[in-house]
Design a binder for this molecule. Sequence first.
Ligand code: GDP
Length: 844
Amino acid sequence: MSDSDGKKPLGLGGGRPGQVKQSFSHGRTKSVVVETKRKRVVVPKPGAAPATPGKPSLGAGDPSRRPAGISDAEMERRLKALQAAKAREAEEAEARAAEERAREEERERRRAEAEAKEREEREREEALRLKAEEDQRRAREAEARAARKEEVRKPAPAKPAPADPAAAEAAATRAATKGVAAAGPRKTDRERDDRGGAPDRDNRNRGGRDESRRSGKLTLTEALSGEGGRQRSLAAMKRKQEKARQKAMGFGQKAEKQSRDVQLPETIVVSELANRMAERAADVVKALMKMGMMVTMNQTIDADTAELVIEEFGHRAVRVSDADVEQVIDTVEDKAEDLTARPPIVTIMGHVDHGKTSLLDAIRKTNVVSGEAGGITQHIGAYQVTTPNGSLVTFLDTPGHAAFTSMRARGAQVTDIVVLVVAADDAVMPQTIEAINHAKAAKVPMIVAINKCDKPTANAQKVRTDLLQHEVVVEAMSGDVQDVEVSALTGKGLPELLEAIALQAEILELQANPDRSASGAVIEAKLDVGRGPVATVLVQNGTLRQGDIFVVGEQWGKVRALINDKGDRVQEAGPSVPVEVLGLNGTPEAGDVLNVVETEAQAREIAEYRTQAAKDKRAAAGAATTLEQLMAKAKADESVAELPILVKADVQGSAEAIIQAMEKIGNDEVRVRVLHYGVGAITESDIGLAEASGAPVIGFNVRANAPARNAANQKGVEIRYYSIIYDLVDDIKAAASGLLKAEVRENFIGYAKILEVFKVSGIGKVAGCLVTEGVARRSAGVRLLRDNVVVHEGTLKTLKRFKDEVKEVQSGQECGMAFENYDDIRKDDVIEIFEREEVERKLS
Ligand code: GDP
């Protein structure tokens, strides 16, 4: 029996149930529990009848059929031999059966393995198709391959291994594809088995997790997250992968509102704004409507409005003031060592007639005053003078009329020092205060020139005390503002004034770098007959040279010639030098900045960009009207009559002066509206605009060109030429007056007192009156006054004198009067008689 014990491993564990896979068609499989029964070997006890009737060949099995003559001993020996033979035979049969079973099992296992392999193949293909977890999958494949190798290796030393590990393996692999839960516990079994066989692989693949596994315990979390991570269903892995990808691509927080940096130029079309915020255009239009802006998505809005919208949507506005094209303009900060002193730029300000022009003139020693048309300085230039101590000073030839206020404000911006002219025979006047405010706002230091000190009525001290009220404390009053008594007429004090300027300039430490591309400001621009557009530029930094390519405002050009303040051609102009620049492609505006650039292409590009930007801005200003504005305009349109005009002038300064003068014309009922103004000849497009609006075209020191003249004749557009602003203003006033409704003026003509009240049938109540003053007239209007209170106003129904209907009753005479539609008249009431007349009005 020890033999059969030794062979135990070959069998199925002595009837232990095992699992065998059954295959069906369509690739379905099923594990079934099989129980293999071992053939019972019965060894008959000595003397006992054999349990199974053996072959009676020798008759050994049956003692009763024992041949006679055989001894007992022999018999026993034979019996033993027979038993041994039988046992051997049984054992051999059993071995054969076991062998057969093992072969069967091996086949079974191989089939299961093949199936597992095939399934794995399918899985891999699927995984490949889904591109899911490339690395993890590779790791698993590697593992699976290792496991297969292991399986192949395993049967050699343990050929008769029970079928269940293979079946379990197959089941586990199958479970892995179907769900995690089923895989868990079974896997652990397998893991434990596997680990025994290949601990290296486990360590390699699972690292630190090995420890927890070896403990044999498996929590649900571990089952799901640890090994489960790899063994999760493909769908789960796919979801995970997809999530990671979406997160990486930024779709992750769809629910969360994204805050963006929105690039915001000076103007933007609504739809483009929506685009940049990644919002719907309709929503943006809606938001604008809520803000009171009636715009469509194709309209342009300004940056301020757009910024409000951007904030409304929870984004951030990033203002981009200049387009990329502007970046070629050299804006590098100068190094301290490159800087050298530059002359101060001085603007003379003050009230009209306080002697600004005279003073400028006296300083320049030329007579500008006599050349003025209409008494207004129309040419704005600049010039340089040398002070007694040899330094240079640049004077801006700023006009002094109130119409030039805007120009002066700009002048103050390029200005380093303001000379405030106050006439000693006058006092601080409105424009003096304006000038003080301009200087203070621009943070420009002032020097007070007390002018007309030659006059006997001059009182310089009064000027100084007057200035105190406006927080200008001069040195003579222990302040820090220099004051100089001058006379433009006699030239007294002028050297002192120049010295004061030089001193102030020294304090300011004005510096510039002459060795760089020039930048400057346009002080004046005009369209010159023969020379084309000309701009007077005050170089602020760098040096402007002949041949330089530049961009100035919306224009560009190449310096053809530079002409200085003395009318001489120069090759270059350094800091603080005013020069006339020739070679522009168009007329810039006063206040425009000139920048030298490297190439014509750059200059042209910047100019084009600025032109477009300005156009957009104008469109935005026109389009983006708030509701209030719309309503105010509608209201205004009802009551205010407008006289539209177009203005073309020779220089910017004149044009601006005219605009300002025009703005002052008019009142609550009438106003002048300047549709368009510009510098240069009157062109066909001006005529077109004028025709569309029914406006006359005003040419100030300019004429219409031939096509414009023809167009004007054809279209019936009026062109008027002027060279004196006052004439222009008077004419426009007269024209605007024509728009005024005639005034109805009331003239008092008489009083009558009621002496008695009668009742007359057919007429009603009639007052018997005495005309106390003036006349009573039938056609006139009447008021009934009772104790000096008007109780009725109307007309007369009848005016009688001695029963006769009359037209007029003179003072001192009695008469009868009855009111139209009014009866409540009493004794002692007073009747006021008046007439109305319509009077043509004029604008003052
Ligand atoms: P603006 O309007 O400030 O430019 O003043 P103007 O230079 O046109 O001068 C106005 C008037 O004052 C002119 O008649 C000048 O002759 C006169 N005027 C200017 N400066 C002086 C001065 O220093 N003394 C005297 N007596 N008259 C002056």
